[in-house]
Ligand binder design. Sequence first.
Ligand code: PLP
Length: 391
Amino acid sequence: MLSKRVRQLTPSTTLAITAKAKALREEGQDIIGLGAGEPDFNTPEFIIQAAFEAAEAGDTKYTPSGGTVALKDAIIEKTRRDLWMPYERSEVMVASGAKHALSTLFQAILDPGDEVIVPAPYWVSYPEQIKLSDGIPVILETDESSRFKVTRELLEQHITPKTKALVLNSPSNPTGMVYSKEELEMVADVAIKHDLLVISDEIYEKLLYNGATHISIASLPEMRERTVIINGVSKSHAMTGWRIGYAIGPKEIISAMTNLASHSTSNPTSIAQAASVAAYAEGDAPVEAMRVIFEERLEKIYARLIEIEGLTCLKPEGAFYLFPHAKQAAEMCGFDNVDDWCTAVLSEAKVALIPGSGFGAPDYVRLSYATDPARVLEALDRIEGFITAHT
Ligand code: PLP
């Protein structure tokens, strides 16, 4: 009964380990989960209040498909403030989360056989969403020598006459790396030369550490017309459950995306849109309060992580993940792959790590510090104990 389209989907390794961790927890075991993909803070109170007020005021009906005028204007103002870039309402589409904005975008731009370059390590949903839109994800493997960023040589090697777009995610999930202006200029140069659309996923834009700065590739010369920015309130405002994200880009693409959404979701939740207007109107103070806490955690947790024999890790500059190389640790413990090592760490040390295989980097693991830092430190003690016990 199932379509070819869904049969080619790759099952999520993240979900597999999370499900196993949950089953063990239900048996009463003390499992520390390091898989969190969302801030552990509650949504700031003033945003919740704005949602209440919107609901009470009758803001409970369908809205325009691409979002309310109030939210589009708030996003335009935020983009002007942050990127110094003016956009019009017809260049903005509000979606039910950044993930929905991305899937709608791929559907709007891809014909069967079109290729999209996805640098690995990548966020798990990009290749699957591209496949669901009948496109071909072309995985470009980066490594630590370029701090997991694309190089001109790698890009040029992967471009074919079928290449339509390139996905860029800075700050990155899972690596936490951030592209510099020079690096973005190189990517822009290649995109212009080969007439590519750049899909710039900037969802972690506000979570930057140790002085790192975010630059949107859309702000570089000649790039506004070939970039779609993806962003949203999920990570910046601890609003993952509200499902509000957006796309900003060329009118023609935004209009096609809005049309598509009008036949699927109709519109993002009216109340969540009103809450997001309040979130953006407030400026960055509440976001900054959370960022500072993440930075303090990063410092402590990173320092402890690199003490562990068998794990090495580049220091992230953004997001809330660490992405250590774990192949040596796995081998020291007698495993020939990191997936099996993660399974054993979960069963014995009771720590749920996400294997890097799901992110296109099988020698790595992802651990999130969007959780109680004392528990993360305890998890690291357990991992170290596991490695010592098995070598
Ligand atoms: N893009 C990246 C890189 C992410 O890590 C995530 C969430 O994990 C998303 C997009 C999706 O965000 P949203 O919750 O707004 O759909």
